[in-house]
Design a protein around this ligand. Structure first.
Ligand SMILES: Cc1cc2nc3c(=O)[nH]c(=O)nc-3n(C[C@H](O)[C@H](O)[C@H](O)COP(=O)(O)OP(=O)(O)OC[C@H]3O[C@@H](n4cnc5c(N)ncnc54)[C@H](O)[C@@H]3O)c2cc1C
Length: 456
């Protein structure tokens, strides 16, 4: 047991990171302290404990997922590879059978939708899950693997001995300090702990999006009828164009057992340029003539806002430091709005690096760099790299979603409308109409830019 007690009995003066007085005498020292019990932190803690490491998992909320609203979609294959047959253990809401995109303007909606029975058999494709259920399930797994879990502990910053991370400081009222060979920061998007500890620069407002979301309760059979779903199955619908009021941003509707989630967001810099308030975007969607009927009789039971790092590959900060790794959203590991799978896998890779470091008793950045190497070799970084230029494309073409949603809907309208003019004249009329919205050469140049980015 002696190995668990840090008996250095010294007051370590932090060299450059902070001026906090550190007292390590007679304090238990863990192998790893993980900050944040989201999918990244809980997965990291679980896989570390499974390999025999002594792990402390700290969460600022009163229970896992306490500060998080609504539900989310979970990619089955990525999750199944880490947690085989997770659907037997974690209570999932609906098996997603239908994926759709609605390209919207004020008065029109052009939809593409795909559904397949192939998505309804194991190992499935996606599920919808309630966030609190998912977070609690992961933390319960970590606890049963031997992790010590503490909630209501908000970490304020990392403690250093020189440049080596050695512990964390808890915010008042606890004001405690915890020590470990390795610190893992998994405190989510816009990591205040990493920023305050001078480990990452402040995230640029162009690289972070603010999302607002609402959970609306409706009977299960009403959801199935309105979204044309078979009993027990679900859909995810991406909404483009009108929801984000002329700016590039995204929105979606997720169906759960007896509720739906609507979320919408765009970059913080676009909110500041436009002066639009986040809730106004949600009202736009809810009052749209084709969405309002889907919500009739529903009751809003939850409303929340959260941020998501959307800078992509080039916005990933330095994620390995002496004695410290940054994982999940805190490391900007988000692809579009998909992050839970990346968060869990980053936790898994951090666990491999922590285990190897512990085995060699080497907690240097060089040794922990295994985490970054494993990430680089995996789908996580490879997918982020493939989409690396999307954030820049959206900045270069700020009208992309809005203008092309209007063009797509106008084209669909004109093609659908029956005129008395002859067909050939109608084609010329439509061509002129569309090119009056965006000149042909400009359109070709925009399409070429998009193709180049998609090709990677
Ligand atoms: C509107 C919206 C919709 C999304 N939809 C999807 C989706 O459908 N599918 C998908 O895969 N991803 C989705 N994402 C992204 C996904 O939510 C994140 O990528 C994922 O939650 C990241 O997990 P994480 O563990 O890194 O961070 P988080 O889930 O944010 O967890 C961080 C944890 O750390 C805790 N914490 C924070 N600060 C401290 C502190 N100082 N001390 C102690 N604890 C702290 C928090 O309370 C929290 O529990 C969505 C995001 C948003 C905003």
């Amino acid at each position: 047991m002696l190995k668990h007690w840090y008996q250095a009995k010294k007051i370590v003066e932090s060299e450059k990171k902070s001026n906090i007085e550190i007292d390590t005498s007679n304090v238990k020292k863990y192998d790893v302290v993980v900050v944040g019990a989201g999918p990244a932190g809980a997965s990291a803690a679980y896989f570390m404990a499974k390999q025999g490491l002594d792990v402390l998992l700290l969460e600022r909320g009163p229970f896992p997922g306490a500060k998080i609203c609504g539900g989310t979609s979970l990619i089955a294959e990525h999750t199944h590879k880490l947690f085989p047959n997770f659907w037997d253990e974690c209570q999932c809401e609906r098996i997603v059978m239908q994926q759709a995109y609605w390209i919207m303007t004020e008065d029109s909606l052009l939809s593409t939708s795909f559904q397949s029975l192939k998505f309804t058999a194991a190992p499935y494709n996606r599920f919808t899950v309630k966030r609190r259920v998912l977070y609690q399930w992961l933390v319960d797994k970590a606890i049963s693997a031997g992790v010590t879990f503490q909630c209501n502990y908000k970490v304020s910053e990392v403690l250093f001995d020189g440049s080596q991370a050695i512990g964390v400081q808890i915010s008042p009222p606890q004001k405690k300090q915890f020590f470990a060979d390795i610190i893992v920061l998994a405190d989510g998007a816009n990591s205040m702990v990493a920023e305050k500890s001078n480990l990452i620069p402040r995230v640029s407002p162009q690289n972070i999006s603010l999302y607002v979301k609402e959970t609306i309760v409706l009977p299960a059979n009403v959801i199935e009828e309105r979204f044309q779903l078979a009993y027990g199955y679900g859909s995810i619908i991406g909404l483009l164009g009108y929801p984000t009021a002329g700016f590039n941003g995204t929105s979606s509707i997720h169906t759960f057992q007896d509720s739906i989630n609507i979320n919408v967001g765009m970059t913080i810099s676009d909110f500041s340029i436009s002066g639009i308030r986040p809730y106004e975007l949600l009202s736009r969607i809810k009052n749209h003539p084709f969405i309002r009927p889907l919500l009739v009789g529903g009751t809003v039971v939850e409303y929340g806002a959260s941020v998501i790092p959307e800078g992509g590959y080039y916005a990933i900060p330095e994620i390995v430091h002496p004695g410290l790794m940054i994982i999940g959203d805190a490391a900007s590991l988000v692809n579009g709005t998909h992050g839970i799978n990346l968060a869990m896998w980053s936790g898994f890779f951090a666990a491999q690096a922590a285990y190897e470091s512990k085995k060699k008793r080497d907690f240097s950045a060089k040794k922990l760099f295994l985490y970054r190497t494993l990430l680089d070799e995996s789908f996580v970084m490879q997918d982020l790299k493939a989409n690396a230029k999307i954030a820049k494309l959206q900045q270069d073409l700020p009208y992309l979603f809005d203008l092309y949603s209007k063009i797509a809907n106008e084209t669909a309208f004109q093609v659908s409308k029956v005129y008395t003019m002859p067909k050939k004249a109608k084609r010329i009329f439509i061509f002129k109409k569309i090119t009056s919205m965006q000149p042909l050469l400009k359109m070709a140049s925009d399409i070429w830019k998009v193709i180049k980015v998609v090709r990677g």
